[in-house]
Write a protein that binds this ligand. Structure first.
Ligand SMILES: Nc1ncnc2c1ncn2[C@@H]1O[C@H](COP(=O)(O)OP(=O)(O)OP(=O)(O)O)[C@@H](O)[C@H]1O
Ligand SMILES: [Mg+2]
Length: 1107
């Protein structure tokens, strides 16, 4: 559930308090408890205002995924739970959008997670800033510089398996859009003493182990190394392997990273050679040798290692050997050579190894800077990330700790300055009265260390430069003289008796009361380390090397550039670089990450309260909270405040229409919050006490619960009511259906009962009636039966009598016939012999024929030629006769019919005959035309006064006068025309006016074409070149096509003695002006019912759709 909630404030689902400013009451215990509570819930980040406190979880937490990056992207700082991404986002956005250079200051003790934090910041910024091939390469180079520097600058210590042994400040540069352009890395004070000696349980720098574990045999050969760690004096053996660290794989990662950053292969090779040389230097051992002059001298025990080093680095072996045995001191143009005893030889060897390595490291940083530097000269915005060693308090604190703590002191100073400044600026910006805040200013401690005259560093330098015997003790004495009265300086030797009795303070030590606590420094080694001496003979030997990288690392070895001035001391160098760094940081907007280490065991889930408490103290976190709370503990823009608490007041809930500030005023008045508890800024409300905020939060929580209950109540009520109403409606529907059903059933039952009763009664009545009727019928029947029996008896008696009579008569006839037959046979027996059968046959035939004709005479059909009746054939053998008779009869009656014709009728029939010859079985329209008489003049022109002019124009006899449809040649549309056929011409006239449109002499008509189908379309083809053929052939449609074609044919024949060609085809060509157009008849697809339609498809085709 909690995951799904959308967070809008860090106050939501807070574990403890997300911002220590809200801690109530504020005490060290409550502070630590809050950290612990949050740590136990995997909340490793907590805010103090805008400062992020981070506790190292020592385990990977799922809070750095790309989804988390998206979650924090473009969200306000206090909107989500505290996270390093929130700080990164804030810094990146104010860099990009407000053009403010940023710096991210990460502090904390060794192992607290500074380096990891710096990497998280960088990876977040890389994830949210611009994309694109070029930008991605820059990002990749910036990110990949980390593994390279870590390999050379980090080592396993008792506190941290990957402890940074150098300070690092990286400026990432962006263009105006916020896309990364490049970067600049500055490194501070590499702990080079580690190269030659490591405390128990610690290791040398990672790179040594990585080469030996990860390099191929071939590479190892080239570097003249062996894989066995135990072969090398400079490698501590007791902790050579670190749990969870795969040196071989890391070596591959480093080489890959070097490649990405832009190291050339030969450069990488040179670097590895230098590393190998350093490692091998440690194996050079010396033995004492007494010289004649009584001076101690040292000699190299086994020169083999020296030889290999020289081969590897291209140094002349004798030169190097000499440099390990003699020391040349130059003074006033005089060179004095002194021999080195064994201790001095070892010192020289180690100094060389340390110098080689630390210079290589600085060179690496310079080389990386060359690769990652911005390529363009445009104005850049800068985000600096400072990952510097934290405050260190060990049992034995030496020069390194002094330097480191000085750096932290400076950082604390700018932290105080900038935090206060920021706070003050915000108050001014918001127009809130500034209340003075008491805080400890550590400027005094900085002064104790860095003051140019009386500062500890200045005195150390002075001591180092002083002629005469200089030891650490003389230095301490000097300190005691000068600083004795300083509040923050403590020493046993001090003349001031304050510390004389403090036995916890040994005589060889001095103590400084740093802002973060008292630190006791062992004075031993201070002078030496500050001098950082490398015998000139060695640097010259190095410069002479035939190895470009080594040569470049020792420019002071060049005899031409010999410089008698002492090089700056380590202390003054560091002071200068810290001062530059501070100046740089002061120009930027600071963002703080304060890292805390939860335990000394590098273990997850363990929260050592004492350890944390110590860090909280020296990091000054409580002070930080106090400063932040001195004025107002909490502030929030009016809009956000109103949005968060508007439900607490009726006027502002659910919506406040006016300005947010007025809304907050109303809200606070309504809640009766005492006026001294808050102040109205320009854009923010300032709340003085966390109590007030928590009161608001509690009220809000309570109100939210009430609101939730209210919403729940209303929702539940609504849900139940809706459900109830639905049930009620459903119940009514079901009840009504059931009632209907029950009533129907009842009705059906009553109905069927009524029918049963009714039917019984009817049945009973019917049966009663039936019985009566049956009785009556039986009575009637009885009489009839009796009568019938009586009549029957009578009839049978009569029949018997008549039968007897008939039998008697028949018997007589039969006897008579037989008698006659017998007599005839006896009389005619003599004639019957030869041809009686034939005669009988012919006679019989004759008789039958006679009978046939006599019968036919009576059955003759009518004289109409179309009467199809004919009597049936009586005998089979008369079949052909019967048919012949039918044919003769038909011919005869046809003749009789024809004989009645007048001349006029004859002409008509001739025409019909002609039509039959022309069209029968050729044109589907023909059979329908047979029954229609040919009338010719359908249009009586003479009788219609409209056509008087037309009548006058035509002198000859009109054979056809009819209205036809003339098909427009262009589009296939119809227009009515009067079609006149005279003896010599075909005329076309307008139907309305009678005006003659065309006149074609019959001699010019060459052909008539039509389809074989049931349509009246026909084309009149004209002779090419004739006067009438100007527009081309005519296409008509007429109801009397057969008659018109026949008459045209006959008239042409009689006038020109030539047969007019009549083409019957479903596709024919006509000449329309210049075009030969195909007229095509298509059956079927008829939209207009039974009327044929005509359409000009294109200039080659005219389609006639016929039904
Ligand atoms: N946010 C984190 N999540 C998981 N593990 C972490 C986180 N921060 C630190 N660690 C673990 O703690 C170890 C030490 O962290 P880191 O190297 O950053 O410390 P440091 O403060 O830089 O110490 P030093 O001052 O020695 O360089 C890391 O190697 C890692 O294992
Ligand atoms: Mg680190």
């Amino acid at each position: 559930m909690a995951k799904m909630e959308v967070k809008t404030s860090l106050l939501d689902n807070m574990i403890g308090v997300g911002d220590m400013v809200l801690l109530e009451p504020l005490s060290e215990d409550s502070f630590i408890n809050n950290l612990k509570k949050r740590f136990d819930h995997s909340e490793i980040y907590t805010y103090i205002g805008s400062v992020v406190v981070s506790i190292n979880p020592y385990r990977s937490l799922p809070i750095y995924s790309p989804e988390k990056v998206e979650e924090y992207r473009n969200r306000n700082f206090y909107e989500l739970s505290p996270h390093i991404f929130a700080l990164s986002d804030e810094a990146y956005r104010s860099l990009r959008d407000q053009d403010k250079d940023q710096c991210i200051l990460i502090t904390g003790e060794s192992g607290a997670g500074k380096t990891e934090a710096s990497k998280l910041v960088m990876s977040y910024v890389a994830a949210v800033c611009g994309k694109g091939a070029e930008v991605n390469q820059v990002k990749e180079q910036l990110l990949q510089s980390n593994p390279v520097l870590e390999a050379f600058g980090n080592a396993k210590t008792v506190r941290n398996d990957n402890s940074s042994r150098f300070g690092k400040y990286m400026d990432i540069e962006f263009d105006f859009k916020g896309d990364p352009l490049g970067g600049v890395i500055s490194n501070y004070l590499l702990e080079k003493s580690r190269v030659v000696k490591q405390p128990r349980g610690e290791r040398n720098f990672h790179i040594f182990y990585q080469i030996l574990s990860g390099a191929s045999d071939d590479l190892l050969n080239k570097l003249k190394l062996e894989r066995d760690f135990s072969r090398y004096n400079y490698l501590s053996l007791d902790s050579a392997r670190v749990n969870g660290v795969d040196d071989a794989m890391n070596f591959r990662t480093v080489r890959n990273a070097m490649q990405i950053v832009g190291f050339m292969d030969h450069e990488t090779q040179s670097i590895l050679e230098v590393v190998a040389a350093v490692l091998k230097l440690g194996n050079i051992e010396f033995k004492p040798e007494s010289r004649v002059n009584g001076l101690d001298e040292s000699k190299i025990k086994d020169k083999n290692e020296l030889k290999e080093i020289c081969e590897l680095t291209g140094i002349d072996q004798s030169v190097l050997e000499r440099a390990f045995s003699f020391r040349t001191v130059e003074a006033k143009q005089e060179k004095v050579s002194t021999t080195l005893n064994v201790a001095q030889a070892y010192y020289a060897r180690d100094a060389l190894a340390k110098n080689l390595y630390s210079r290589l490291f600085s060179w690496l940083v310079t080389r990386i800077n060359e690769s990652i530097k911005a390529q363009t000269k445009v104005r850049k915005k800068v985000m600096g990330v400072l990952d510097i060693y934290g405050f260190e308090i060990f049992e034995d604190n030496s020069f390194e700790q002094f330097i480191i703590n000085y750096c932290n002191e400076k950082l604390q100073q700018i932290f105080i300055e900038l935090t206060l400044k920021e706070e003050q600026e915000e108050y001014i910006r918001e127009d809130i009265e500034w209340t003075h805040i008491e805080y400890f200013n550590n400027a005094i401690i900085c002064d104790l260390i860095e003051n140019n005259q009386t500062g500890i560093l200045a005195m150390l330098d002075e001591e180092c430069l002083r002629p005469g015997t200089v030891t650490d003790d003389t230095f301490l004495e000097k300190l005691n003289q000068i600083c004795a009265t300083h509040q923050h300086f403590e020493s046993r030797m001090s003349k001031c008796s304050r510390f004389l009795n403090d036995t916890s303070l040994p005589h060889s030590c001095f103590r400084i009361q740093h802002y973060a606590g008292k630190v006791m420094y062992q004075v031993e080694g201070f002078v030496d380390k500050n001098n950082d001496l490398l015998y000139r003979d060695l640097s010259q030997a190095m410069w002479k090397a035939n190895h470009s990288l080594i040569k470049a690392l020792f420019p002071e070895g060049n005899p031409a550039k010999i410089n008698l001035k002492r090089p700056p001391t380590a202390g003054s160098q560091f002071k200068a670089s810290v001062s530059t760094l501070m100046k740089n940081l002061q120009t930027k907007n600071p963002n703080y990450i304060r890292c805390i280490k939860p335990n000394d065991k590098k273990a997850a889930h363990i929260f050592n309260e004492a350890l944390v408490c110590h860090q909280v103290r020296y990091l000054g976190l409580l002070e930080n909270v106090r400063v932040r709370r001195a004025g107002y503990a909490f502030r929030q823009p009016y809009e956000l405040c109103l949005e968060r608490y508007k439900m607490l007041c009726k006027q502002t809930w659910p919506h406040w229409r006016g300005p947010a500030r007025a809304g907050v005023e109303v809200l606070f008045n309504e809640l009766e919050i005492p006026e001294e508890e808050y102040s109205f800024g320009r854009s923010k409300i300032f709340i003085r006490n966390p109590r007030t905020l928590f009161k608001l939060e509690d009220l809000r929580k309570q109100r939210l619960e009430d609101l939730a209950t209210l919403i729940q109540k209303i929702y539940r009520g609504w849900k139940c009511r809706t459900h109830f109403l639905l049930m009620k409606r459903s119940q009514i529907v079901i009840a009504s259906w059931y009632r209907r059903y029950a009533q129907q059933k009842k009705y059906q039952r009553i109905k069927s009962s009524a029918i049963v009763v009714q039917s019984y009664i009817r049945g009973w009545k019917a049966r009663k009636l039936l019985r009566e009727l049956k009785h009556q019928k039986r009575c009637k029947e009885a009489a009839t039966t009796i009568a019938a029996y009586w009549h029957g008896t009578q009839a049978r008696r009569e029949l018997r009598r008549l039968k007897e009579e008939a039998r008697n008569k028949h018997a007589i006839a039969v006897v008579w016939a037989y008698w006659l037959g017998y007599k005839v046979r006896r009389e005619y027996r003599k004639f019957f012999r030869a041809n009686a059968g034939r005669k009988i046959y012919e006679f019989t035939l004759q008789k039958i024929m006679q009978k046939y004709f006599l019968e036919m005479k009576n059955k003759m059909p009518s004289l109409s030629p179309i009467d199809k009746n004919w009597p049936a054939r009586p005998y089979l053998f008369l079949d052909s006769t019967h048919k012949e008779l039918k044919r003769i009869f038909h011919l005869w009656r046809c003749k009789k019919y024809r004989d009645q014709f007048t001349d006029q009728q004859k002409l008509v029939y001739e025409e019909k005959l002609e039509a039959s010859e022309l069209f029968k079985d050729k044109k589907a329209l023909y059979p329908a035309s047979v029954g229609q008489p040919f009338q010719g003049a359908y249009l009586e022109i003479s009788k219609n006064p409209k056509y008087k002019r037309l009548k006058d124009a035509v002198e000859e006899k009109i054979i056809i006068a009819e209205v036809v449809n003339k098909i427009n040649r262009a589009n296939g549309k119809c227009a009515s025309r009067i079609f006149l056929l005279t003896k010599n011409n075909v005329l076309l006239a307008d139907q309305k006016s009678g005006h003659i449109k065309s006149e074609v002499p019959l001699g010019d008509v060459t052909k008539v074409s039509m389809s074989s189908q049931n349509d009246g379309f026909f084309a009149v083809h004209l002779k090419e070149g004739s006067g009438a053929a100007g527009k081309g052939d005519f296409l008509f449609s007429s109801d009397h096509l057969i008659e018109m074609a026949t008459k045209l044919y006959r008239t042409t024949l009689s006038q020109t003695k030539q047969k007019l060609s009549i083409e019957i085809s479903d596709e024919f060509l006509v000449q329309f002006r210049q075009d030969k157009v195909c007229v095509k008849f298509i059956q079927g697809n008829q939209k207009n019912g039974n009327i044929p339609t005509c359409k000009r498809k294109n200039n080659r085709l005219l389609e006639v759709a016929v039904p």
